[in-house]
Design a binder for this molecule. Structure first.
Ligand code: NOJ
Length: 760
């Protein structure tokens, strides 16, 4: 027999023909050309009943995937009957193969299944949580870790990941702040695009690629009060300038799937938001991938109050542009009625089915439905030493040195006795962070283990948990104080356990939880040099520590290599280089506080009463966006422009020379900010428009240049169109959003319209 695609061989050997026609489905040769693909897809579509079409739009959950109300799992009979198009949370080469076998040999349609999962920051090799990885300000690194996650996930039979989460947020109380890249749309866009490239690889057909999903569309991170799922109140310009850009970047990077968000905007829940899904995504941006609902998102339109009838909400949802119904089962159960009653044109269903079939085609599943399910490969490609090495590098670059008074850090490896204190120091699950896919605590190196491995044979490492993370139990304080007294240096690991920064894990306080703060104060009173290592998935308000504890290391949740990377930084094998991707407030009462805010008519001023601030605390944050220290020092020259005057059509180059003025090599993240000094509408006080991570040996200099294009100087003007207006712009460069030097650019000429379409 001539070599046929796998599914074709399979179908033929099983002696089955598609729908009783003379042409076995998978024997139809597929080619890369989209015309052929569309013909193929149409031919498949033409043979499906209405129920089978809706089956393609239906996603069931497997047993790993409960992230909302209990919903039914599908069994073999559902697959055979064509009631399932995709699965969430069926994992592993063997189980996916078994279910795929049923779909392609026993169902009437023979259409392969899609297997989806939440592969957020690694599959089994767990990398830093996304907020931490964003602190690396290193999109190339973010791309590499996504690639490895894809290799491992695909080898475990998965085709489709529900990542990256590209939600911008200014809400540290929100539990899911941990899953995104922080507060800034420019950084968020760079990371979003990198993640998509990494997950999807060079081609979706590749057996080691995953289809990526940019989520949650849109403004999910703007939940009022930081309460997950909550209503948002987002002005149009803010929507288009802050929340939409990372989605646009993901679309431009070729993302094949986007997930709708649970929130509503201006009264319209996103699962029925035709203006944004159909209007912005599909029409304005020309995106043609799969729009998947969130978990029970279609059903939740009932609670949102759009209708009391599930057929109606299903119709509103598919009509708005939702293609796949994740676990609500409303499309399958209720849409046949809507179609047959003439309320829903079958063409709307067909468009959604086409997108799903095209995706299956592009993934190569009609050629080889088992393309990624091989137990041997799964074993060979999972948690390899190369993957672990990349995890360590990623973890090292994600650590942010917040404070280092008197150069307490790095510690000498020859130190006689180290006291390690804190329950989190020995908490492997927290080292991994939430959404750890197939990650296992036993794979993770804790801070305690990392320190033990890093020190020499003559160093004693003492350990006491001191206090639990959440409970108000002080019985361990005495032992913690005792070992601190015995030690030359104290490392306290405090913060949140991994399940405190996660979906639905919102906090009303940003303080270090439980009695850990008291523990730090008691141990600090012993008077030994003390280092605080924070583990957390959100900004914490730690004003006392910032006043009293000389060295503070933000370690977030760094994945399998957490403890090794922390020890690398503590003992100086690695010079820290991460930067905060989100503002750290002094207290929760300052929230929302973010660097790219508007000036107001009465800008904050400590000395002036009638200005925008609280009277009981400074108006500045505890740590600004972009903050992060190093064991060396860097000097910046004043920024210079290729031209200080130009027109609204010109690009300009900004240059700055950075010199390592310290005694050791290190990485620096050079940041470029811009302010439009006067516009037809108010503009933020500064906006990130470029960043570059550079490595400099001691004494070395490098001139960094950024190209500022008209696009980067544009905004949605008074007419809600993207424009660049003449006038002056303050161009700022520095190591952090609150430490910049500036120069002025003047643009003359007319207001230039970059996009004539109004967003209104
Ligand atoms: C709900 C979450 O909001 C979403 O991000 C996730 O992908 C789904 N559950 C599936 O687990």
């Amino acid at each position: 027999m001539a070599r046929l695609p796998h599914a074709a061989r399979l179908a033929l050997s099983a002696g089955v023909l598609f729908l009783g026609t003379s042409t076995p489905l998978a024997a139809q040769r597929v080619s890369a050309s989209s015309a052929r693909m569309n013909r193929f897809v149409d031919s498949v579509l033409a043979r499906l009943t209405l129920e089978e079409k809706l089956g393609q739009l239906t996603q069931y959950r497997g047993r790993f995937s409960l992230t909302g109300p209990q919903t039914p799992e599908a069994g073999a009979e559902d697959i055979r009957a064509g009631r399932v198009g995709s699965f969430l949370g069926v994992r592993g080469a063997a189980p996916t193969r078994e279910m795929q076998q049923i779909a392609v040999t026993q169902s009437r349609t023979r259409i392969p299944l899609l297997f989806a999962d939440d592969i957020i920051h690694g599959w089994r090799t767990i990398f830093p949580v996304p907020l931490a990885e964003a602190a690396s300000f290193n999109p190339a690194l973010a791309e590499r870790t996504a690639r490895i996650a894809a290799v491992e996930g695909a080898a475990a039979g998965i085709h489709w990941t529900f990542a990256p989460m590209v939600d911008i947020t200014r809400e540290p109380r929100w539990g899911r702040v941990v899953e995104g890249a922080g507060e800034d749309p420019y950084l968020g866009s760079a990371i979003a695009a990198a993640k998509v490239r990494g997950f999807q690889g060079a081609s979706l057909r590749d057996s080691l690629s995953l289809m990526a999903t940019a989520k949650h569309f849109v403004a999910y991170g703007a939940a009022e009060g930081g309460r997950d799922y909550n209503t948002t109140d987002v002005p149009l310009r803010t929507l288009h300038e802050m929340y939409l850009p990372p989605f646009h970047a993901a679309v431009n990077a070729g993302v094949k799937s986007i997930m709708a968000a649970f929130n509503q905007i201006d009264g319209v829940p996103m699962h029925a938001n035709k203006a944004l899904i159909d209007g912005v995504l599909r029409t304005r941006w020309g995106w043609d991938g799969i729009l998947v609902s969130d978990y029970t998102g279609v059903m939740e339109l009932l609670q949102h109050g759009l209708s009391a009838d599930s057929g109606t909400v299903g119709r509103l949802s598919i009509d708005a542009g939702v293609d796949v119904d994740m676990v609500s089962n409303i499309f399958y159960k209720d849409l046949p009625r809507e179609v047959r009653a003439g309320r829903l044109p079958v063409a709307v269903v067909d468009s959604a089915v086409r997108r799903v079939l095209r995706t299956k085609y592009e993934l190569g599943l009609f050629d080889n439905p088992f393309k990624s399910s091989s137990e041997a490969r799964e074993k060979a490609l999972t948690l390899t030493s190369a993957h672990r090495a990349e995890a360590r590098a990623a973890a090292q670059q994600s650590i942010v040195l917040l404070r280092n008074e008197g150069n307490v850090l790095p510690l000498a490896k020859s130190v006689k006795t180290v006291a390690v204190i804190g329950a989190l120091a020995d908490d492997a699950r927290s080292a991994l962070g939430g959404w750890a896919a197939a990650g296992r605590p036993e794979d993770a190196v804790t801070v305690l283990v990392g320190i033990r491995k890093a020190v020499g044979a003559d160093t004693r490492v003492l350990y006491a948990p001191g206090a639990p993370v959440e409970a108000a139990d002080t019985t361990g304080f005495a032992e913690a104080v005792r070992i601190a007294r015995e030690a030359d240096v104290v490392v306290m690991v405090v913060g949140e356990h991994q399940d405190m920064s996660a979906e639905a894990r919102n906090r009303s306080s940003l303080d270090v939880p439980g009695v850990q703060q008291q523990l730090v104060e008691r141990v600090h009173a012993v008077g030994k040099p003390t280092v605080a290592v924070l583990m957390n998935g959100r900004p914490l308000s730690i004003p006392w520590m910032v006043q009293h504890v000389p060295a503070i290391v933000e370690s977030w949740y760094l994945g399998v290599e957490h403890g090794n990377a922390v020890a690398d930084v503590l003992f100086g094998a690695v010079n820290p280089s991460g930067r905060l991707p989100i503002t750290f407030p002094r207290t929760v009462g300052q929230v929302p506080i973010y660097y790219n805010h508007m000036n107001t008519g009465r800008p904050s001023d400590e000395k002036e009463r009638y200005t925008s601030k609280y009277f009981d605390i400074p108006f500045t944050p505890l740590y600004a966006f972009g903050h992060g220290l190093s064991y060396t020092t860097f000097r910046y020259s004043a920024p210079t422009l290729s031209r200080s005057k130009g027109t609204t059509a010109d690009s300009v180059t900004v240059s700055v020379t950075v010199t390592n003025t310290g005694a050791r090599s290190g990485d620096e993240v050079v940041q470029l900010y811009v302010r439009d000094d006067a516009g037809s509408v108010s503009r933020p006080v500064k906006e990130l428009k470029g960043f570059r991570r550079i490595s400099l040996a001691a004494g070395a200099s490098e001139t960094v240049t950024f190209r500022l294009t008209p696009d980067e100087l544009s905004f949605y003007g008074a007419q809600y169109r993207r424009v660049i207006e003449p006038g002056t712009f303050t161009i700022m460069v520095g190591p952090s959003s609150d430490r910049v030097q500036s120069t002025t650019l003047e643009l003359t000429g007319r207001t230039r319209v970059l996009d004539a379409r109004s967003i209104r």
